[in-house]
Design a protein around this ligand. Structure first.
Ligand SMILES: *[C@@H]1O[C@H](CO)[C@@H](O)[C@H](O)[C@H]1NC(C)=O
Length: 442
């Protein structure tokens, strides 16, 4: 009995200790589980730059940088890039972010004609536009429309491509099989998100609507505003009768975010002592003529600042349903051009002393081919300030292409486009209404 009691009390003490230890452990675990690393570890022992972990991280980063410099990751994206818009530019931007060197496969005119119908811009024009995009490093021409296995192998071996990139829409070969099956099997396929709210179909639709009511795009007719126009907004009075048409039937679905602007921006200020060149305009339907004049403008100094006029301003000068692309869309197109350093989103049409000082502009340029040259002497007044200061230069336009030409080309092929368009619009509507899901963008 005594023995039993002793045994029992020993037992009780043992289990009591166990229970206490378990409670204490649980308490400690609960306490630390609810605390953050920073709260538990004294600041002097926390990993931070300069500690072993920081040193290790920077060494690894340096190593991967040297490796990638020696053998850069090459990515490949193909397309027609017909009537290039910021959606294309955004795809190129995302593709570039997946590697170090971006190689673009530009499909030639004959292939596009065979597979889709006539392109609006010929190969040379499309080449100029793609080549001007700041994320593009190399362009391959003579690429097939359908990605055949032999060509994919060529890409991997001859052109040293590491990854083939494509948008998040399905791409099928004529026989219905996945064009990227081979690359996917090798683990060498990556996807980029398609850009919301813009498509060639949509832009063609806007142009067709515009061509029905806007006289500005009819080449042979004098500009209806040419006589009535005087600096300011009186011009819009001349269009009062058509004001019903002024409302856009094809509204842009583009939702500009600050993040998008940051992605496209160079994020740099002009270095000390840089000569800043300024050029302004509508830059509607960004075309090869724009690229060439921007290149010529950049050559006049060190830093190119582009002023982009507001939608209201452009409409007052050019008439209803213009510009085709809204201010933010036009800004993104201009920002994607490698010659451009900075843009003013919504710049005044008339140059002022204040503008010159604010941006330390040293030269103001303008191309000799102007969309609104028909507006006569009023147009000249815009540059009175830089002219007086002796910093104005008119550059011979390297190209006589205008936004009007682009729209006219579409209108000339109206029937073919409207047919092609009606079919594609249905597909896109279905995408917006039903199939649209959230995809993370790079
Ligand atoms: C303003 O531009 C001129 C060149 O036109 C340059 O010499 C000067 O350094 C610039 N000012 C600043 C603060 O960068």
């Amino acid at each position: 009995m005594v023995l039993g009691v002793t045994f029992n009390s020993k037992d009780a003490i043992f289990w009591g200790c166990c229970a206490a230890a378990a409670t204490a452990t649980a308490g400690v675990i609960t306490y630390y589980a609810t605390k953050k690393y920073e709260e538990i570890v004294p600041i002097q022992y926390q990993y931070r730059p300069g500690t072993i972990s920081g040193w290790l991280a920077s060494a690894l980063e340096k190593h991967s940088k040297t490796r990638r410099k020696m053998r850069p990751v090459r990515v490949y994206l193909d397309g027609c890039f017909d009537m290039m818009h910021y959606g294309h530019a955004n795809a190129l931007r995302q593709a570039k972010a997946l590697g170090d060197e971006l190689v673009v496969g530009l499909i030639n005119d004959a292939e596009i004609l065979r597979c889709k119908g006539p392109p609006v811009m010929n190969e040379e024009e499309r080449h100029t536009l793609v080549d001007a995009v700041k994320w593009v490093d190399e362009i391959l021409t003579e690429v097939p429309y359908d990605l055949k296995p032999e060509f994919v192998n060529d890409l991997f071996t001859k052109h040293r491509i590491d990854y083939i990139i494509h948008g998040d829409d399905p791409c099928l070969l004529p026989d219905g099989s996945d064009a990227y099956a081979h690359a996917k099997k090798l683990g060498r396929f990556k996807m980029v998100k398609r850009t919301e709210g813009v498509s060639t179909t949509d832009i063609v639709g806007r142009m067709l609507t515009c061509s029905r009511v806007n006289h500005f795009i009819k080449e042979d007719e004098p500009h209806p505003l040419a006589s009535a126009f005087s600096m300011g907004r009186e011009a819009s009075g001349a269009d009062a009768s058509t004001s019903d048409d002024n409302t856009r039937t094809t509204l842009s679905k583009f939702l500009p975010t600050s993040r998008r602007l940051v992605q496209f921006s160079n994020g740099r200020v002009a270095p000390e002592g840089a000569r800043i060149v300024y050029i302004d305009g509508a830059f509607d339907c960004f075309h090869p003529g724009h690229v060439k004049i921007l290149k010529a403008a950049k050559a006049q100094g060190d830093f190119l600042l582009v002023g982009i006029h507001t939608d209201e301003e452009v409409q007052a000068r050019r008439g209803p349903h213009l510009p085709i692309m809204n201010l933010h869309e036009r800004s993104l197109s201009v920002l994607s051009c490698k010659y451009v350093d900075e843009v003013i989103i919504g710049a005044p049409c008339v140059m002022t002393d204040d503008l010159m000082t604010t941006f330390n502009i040293s030269t103001v340029v303008r191309g000799s081919t102007s969309e609104t040259s028909c507006l006569g002497p009023v147009e000249e007044e815009r540059y009175a300030v830089p002219r007086k200061a002796g910093v104005f230069r008119e550059l011979p336009s390297p190209s006589d292409m205008t936004a009007r030409n682009v729209i006219q080309r579409i209108v000339a092929q109206r029937e073919a486009f409207e047919k092609r368009n009606a079919k594609k619009v249905k597909g896109e509507e279905a995408y917006y209404q039903g199939a649209k899901t959230y995809v993370q963008e790079l």
